[in-house]
Design a protein around this ligand. Structure first.
Ligand SMILES: *[C@@H]1O[C@H](CO)[C@@H](O)[C@H](O)[C@H]1NC(C)=O
Ligand SMILES: *[C@@H]1O[C@H](CO)[C@@H](O)[C@H](O)[C@H]1NC(C)=O
Length: 257
């Protein structure tokens, strides 16, 4: 074999591997019976907090409501997977169900707000503004505050804030050991990182995997359809900043190393 055909063959193999491990990207989705129906987060059995907050913003989201809602559902689904993985890795699966539900709810709460300023503020650099919307709702809206009983603690609010602030971070998030002002334990860090990974997986349709299997990815997209989310995302720059490329580049500010 000549060197060129060897290289071509290797490229071919690499591409087949890429295709095989990216079923969603290549629109190869089987419909399947979900295995663990009790554990499913679906449109029919969603997390209540996520649902209530997105309903609150339904008219602001307009026609993006469906694609955005499905994105949030998938991110929550992947976040739950990554969080569970941390706890099994720590061999600490014995946390009680109520604290696990609380953790899911806090992740769901932050996920409901993680991109919200794109719509509420029309802001391409939307991390801080999204946190501001969340904090304003907690301050000013009794029925949103009341979604948590007991109410969110200071530490839990900080975790929700960091989930939003760090969700485009490329490397793992860690509270600096030197900063004893930050009352966030290992569990808080893991919640931030679980959602960070979950959003990367969904925003890239699984090109960035963080170790999630093609099977899980495929199951999630079969259960919770893509619904035009990625086209919407690609169109956001020109929609929110139609006259200015520089304005569109503001979106780069959301990335953190
Ligand atoms: C708080 O949110 C609820 C639920 O969406 C809404 O019905 C209510 O009008 C809001 N209250 C205020 C004061 O904004
Ligand atoms: C995520 O969704 C898929 C497909 O519905 C499901 O099989 C899986 O159990 C869900 N994962 C979690 C952790 O809820």
């Amino acid at each position: 074999m000549s060197r060129v055909s060897l290289i071509l063959a290797l490229c071919g193999i690499a591409f087949m591997q890429f295709k095989k491990s990216n079923p969603v990207l290549f629109a190869r989705q089987k419909s399947r019976e979900p295995r663990d129906a009790a554990n499913l987060i679906t449109r029919e059995k969603p997390n209540k907090i996520l649902k209530d907050i997105l309903l609150h913003y339904r008219s602001v989201l307009g026609e993006d409501y469906d694609p955005h809602y499905n994105h949030c559902l998938r991110v929550l689904n992947f976040s739950k997977y990554f969080f569970d993985k941390y706890t099994t890795d720590r061999k600490e699966r014995d946390s009680t169900t109520s604290s696990r539900r609380r953790i899911m709810d806090i992740m769901a709460f932050a996920i409901a707000y993680h991109d919200i300023a794109l719509w509420t503020d029309g802001e391409l650099s939307y991390l801080e503004p999204s946190v501001a919307v969340m904090e304003r709702d907690l301050r000013e809206n009794q029925s949103i505050r009341g979604l948590f009983r007991p109410p969110l603690t200071t530490e839990e609010k900080l975790v929700a804030r960091e989930i939003i602030m760090q969700h485009h971070k490329i490397s793992p998030f860690a509270v600096s050991k030197a900063d004893s002002n930050v009352p966030m334990g290992i569990e808080g860090e893991q919640m931030v990182n679980a959602v960070r990974k979950g959003d990367w997986v969904d925003a890239t349709m699984g090109i960035v995997k963080h170790g999630i299997s093609a099977d899980i990815l495929e199951a999630a997209y079969a259960e919770i359809p893509e619904a035009g989310f990625h086209y919407m995302l690609l169109g956001m720059g020109s929609r929110l900043s139609p006259d200015s490329i520089i304005g569109q580049l503001k979106v780069l500010k959301i990335l953190k190393l």
